[in-house]
Design a protein around this ligand. Sequence first.
Ligand SMILES: Cc1cc2nc3c(=O)[nH]c(=O)nc-3n(C[C@H](O)[C@H](O)[C@H](O)COP(=O)(O)OP(=O)(O)OC[C@H]3O[C@@H](n4cnc5c(N)ncnc54)[C@H](O)[C@@H]3O)c2cc1C
Length: 416
Amino acid sequence: MKKKYSIFNIIKNTLSKNENWQKMWRSPEPKKSYEVIIVGGGGHGLGTAYYLAKEHGIKNIAVIEKGWLGSGNTGRNTTIIRSNYLWNESAFLYDHSLKIWENLSSELNYNVMFSQRGVMNLAHNEHDIKEMRRRISANRLNGLDSRWIDTNEIKKLVPIMNTDNLRYPVLGAAFQPRGGVARHDAVAWGFAMRADEMGVDIIQNCEVKKIKTENGKVLGVETSKGFINSEKVGVVASGHTSVLAATAGIRLPLQSRPLQALVSEPIKPVINTVVMSNAVHAYVSQSDKGELVIGAGTDGYNSFTQRGGYDVIEETVRAIVELYPIFGKMKMLRQWGGIVDICPDASPIISKCDVKGLYFNCGWGTGGFKATPGSANVFAHTIANDKPHKINAAFSLDRFVTGRLVDEHGAAAVAH
Ligand SMILES: Cc1cc2nc3c(=O)[nH]c(=O)nc-3n(C[C@H](O)[C@H](O)[C@H](O)COP(=O)(O)OP(=O)(O)OC[C@H]3O[C@@H](n4cnc5c(N)ncnc54)[C@H](O)[C@@H]3O)c2cc1C
C-alpha cells in the first residue's frame, strides 16, 4: 500500500506517540533468483531500482546492501548540488539530475529537503578567474544559470566572509543560483520506500562476496546469505566497486580514497548559500539545524579506512577560519570519512562492460550525491535496454581505451 505523508498523517501519528507509523520498506529474505540485482543500497543503487520498476516495468529486482541503507557515501556527504560542469557531456548529465531534484520531493511524496540556496565557487587568483569565466561561458551556452559575481555581491550574499585580509584574497566567484543542498538520508529512504512499494526486495546486512561469471556472461552473485542468480547485475558500490569488479576479473581505472567532512555546534543562521574554494580547498554551508557543514579534501593516498588523515582536517579548518574569522571560537561536533572512487578524468563511469549482463555505475569521486537521481535514471535505462541512454553514452568504460576522456578536474577540483 502506498505510504502517504500528509499533515493529517503527521497529526494522527503524533497523537499516538509516533508508535504506529507503517514500516517504510519490508525486510525480505533473498529469493533464489531475480531479473536484476543491484549491488549497493546507496542513493544511486536505490534510485536505479526505483526507475527500473517505474519506467521499465521490471519488478523482480533485489537491491543488496552489506550494511544499512545509506551507510556509504550517501549518508556521509555534505550534500552540495549543482550542475555547472565544463564539458557538454557533464553539463547534460548533472543538469538532467538537477531538473529531477527540482521535483523529487513531490515525485516521491517524501520531503528530500532540496533547498536551492545557490552555490558559489570562489576565485582567489588569475588562474581561477580565467578557468571560472571559461566555465561560465560554456555553462551559459548549455543554458545553465551560471554567472560571475564580484566581491561586492559576494559580501552582500555572505557578509561574514573575509575577502581581502588573507593569504589568498577573494577576487570574485562563479555562482549557480539553482544549486543548493538536500537531506541525504531522505533521498535514500524516499527511493527505497517507493521501490519497495513496486515490489523491489531491499536486502540489508547482506554482503556480495563475488560476482559469478561464465563464458563471458554474468550468472549471479555469491553473498553472505548464499548464491543469488541473475542474468543482470548492476554494481553501484562507490569506493568498493573496484574490489567487486576484480572478483569478475575486471580491472577498473579507479582509486579509492578517504574523503572527510565535519560539522560544528549549531548556531543562528549566518550563511545562506554554499561557498566552495578550490584554492584553499574547503567549503561550507549551514544545515537547517544550524550546524556548519564543512568539507575537506581527499587523503593523498589510497585507503579503505573510512576515517582519513588528521592533517587534512587541520588544513581545512585553518582555511575556513581564515575565510570566516568569526568561526574561530566555534566547537566542532563530529568528523567522519567516506571512501570515494576516483576516475583519472574526474568523471563517472555509467557503463556496460565486456561481461554480458554486468553494468557499473561508479567513479563519482567527491561529487556524486548531486547526480543521484539523474545517474539512477540513466543507469536504469542502460540496464533495461542493454545500451546507454544518450546522456550517459560518453561515460562508458571504453573511453579509457579510445582516449575520449571527459576531463572535469577544473569543475570538480574541490571535494563537493
Ligand atoms: C565526506 C564526503 C563529502 C561529500 N560531499 C559531496 C557533496 O557535497 N556533493 C556531492 O555531490 N557529492 C559529495 N560526496 C560524494 C557522494 O557522497 C557520492 O558520490 C555518492 O553519495 C555516491 O552514492 P552511491 O549510491 O554511488 O554510493 P554509496 O552511498 O557509498 O552506496 C554504495 C553502497 O554499496 C555498499 N556496498 C559496498 N560494497 C558492497 C558489497 N560487497 N556488497 C553489498 N553492498 C556493498 C555500501 O555499503 C554502500 O552503502 C561526498 C562524499 C564524502 C565521503
